[in-house]
Design a protein around this ligand. Structure first.
Ligand SMILES: NC(=O)C1=CN([C@@H]2O[C@H](COP(=O)(O)OP(=O)(O)OC[C@H]3O[C@@H](n4cnc5c(N)ncnc54)[C@H](OP(=O)(O)O)[C@@H]3O)[C@@H](O)[C@H]2O)C=CC1
Ligand SMILES: O=C(O)[C@@H]1CCC=N1
Length: 272
């Protein structure tokens, strides 16, 4: 169990930083008084302080100095200046975890003092509801204890797996970006039912629950998705008609391409 008295500081309290902060507090990974957040946008910080009772500052170095674990949740494009500003305050007793898409471990290891322990993580926005899917890749100075800490933090807000850094861009394309591929699917299936006369609220509820149920069934039974699909498709029934419509539209290729394109963009971000 992660020591609840360890101080965790977030640099960046936007969509993902605030999702993770809510998730780790909910999971009891850290006490609110041991959690700090820095951001350039003060209203975000004030909201978080009011909601979660955490410490806040608009000065990144204040939060960095007070933290044992520093979680970087700023955009990849902002990261260079953030690291430059923080490097004097990153001492060897701190663990740095970054969730920035695309940015390689070497960027942090080169920008921060020699020997800095860094872990690259790609979670997703479902951390808000403790259902994130995260990949974790340790840098060259990270210890097995650091990996355990990162796995504990990100397992507390969903499911976390250790991967090699070479696969992190694919994790970004799949689970980092993936929720944005599924939300339109939920909306579009609901639209189909609305077109057939169902009220919008019921349609969205049934559509979301259908996606949740399908995912849960796969995770809990361990069955292959093709086998599960076969369980639903009665011969000459309703479902196979829908499956045919999806295959005609090339939906499988479209989803593969979505993950591939997002992965390519993650690789591009890492080259900047
Ligand atoms: N959104 C997602 O689903 C996921 C995002 N990520 C990664 O998480 C990181 C954050 O993304 P996201 O939360 O979506 O982005 P946001 O823009 O919502 O959050 C970033 C926050 O950092 C603030 N900020 C900007 N400059 C600084 C600075 N110098 N010091 C401190 N804070 C600063 C921003 O303020 P302002 O807006 O005023 O510039 C903003 O509030 C990115 O690297 C992204 O790749 C990873 C997984 C999923
Ligand atoms: O779109 C992005 O760049 C970020 C990274 C993964 C999800 N959102």
């Amino acid at each position: 169990m992660v020591d609840q008295n360890r101080k965790i500081g977030f640099i960046g309290a936007g969509k993902m930083g605030s999702a993770l902060m809510q998730g780790v507090i909910k999971a009891g990974i850290v006490k609110p008084e041991n959690l700090g957040a820095a951001d350039v946008y003060e209203p975000f910080l004030n909201d978080l302080k009011a909601k979660l009772g955490i410490n806040i500052s608009t000065d990144n170095t204040v939060i960095a100095r007070a933290s044992d674990i520093l979680l970087l949740a700023v955009k990849p494009q902002t990261l260079g200046s953030v690291l430059e500003n923080l490097k004097a305050d990153i001492t060897s007793d701190k663990l740095v975890i970054s969730i920035a898409a695309g940015v390689p471990l070497a960027t942090y290891e080169n920008a921060l003092p020699a020997g800095t322990r860094v872990i690259r993580v790609m979670p997703n926005i479902a951390a808000t509801v403790s259902e994130a899917a995260s990949g974790i890749a340790p840098g060259k100075n990270a210890t097995p204890e650091d990996v355990k800490t990162a796995l504990e933090i990100f397992s507390a807000v969903g499911t976390a797996v250790q991967v090699s850094e070479s696969i992190m861009d694919a994790v970004t394309g799949l689970s980092g970006s993936g929720p944005a591929f599924i939300f339109p699917v939920i909306e579009a299936m609901a639209d189909g039912a609305v077109l057939e006369g169902m009220d919008r609220k019921s349609a969205l509820t049934l559509s979301a629950q259908t996606v949740l149920g399908a995912a849960k069934m796969m995770l809990e039974t361990g069955l292959h998705p093709g086998e599960l699909k076969d369980m639903v498709t009665s011969p000459a029934g309703t479902t196979i008609q829908g499956v045919h419509a999806l295959e005609e539209a090339g939906v499988r290729a479209a989803f593969m391409n979505a993950v591939i394109r997002a992965t390519e963009r993650s690789k591009e971000l890492g080259k900047k």
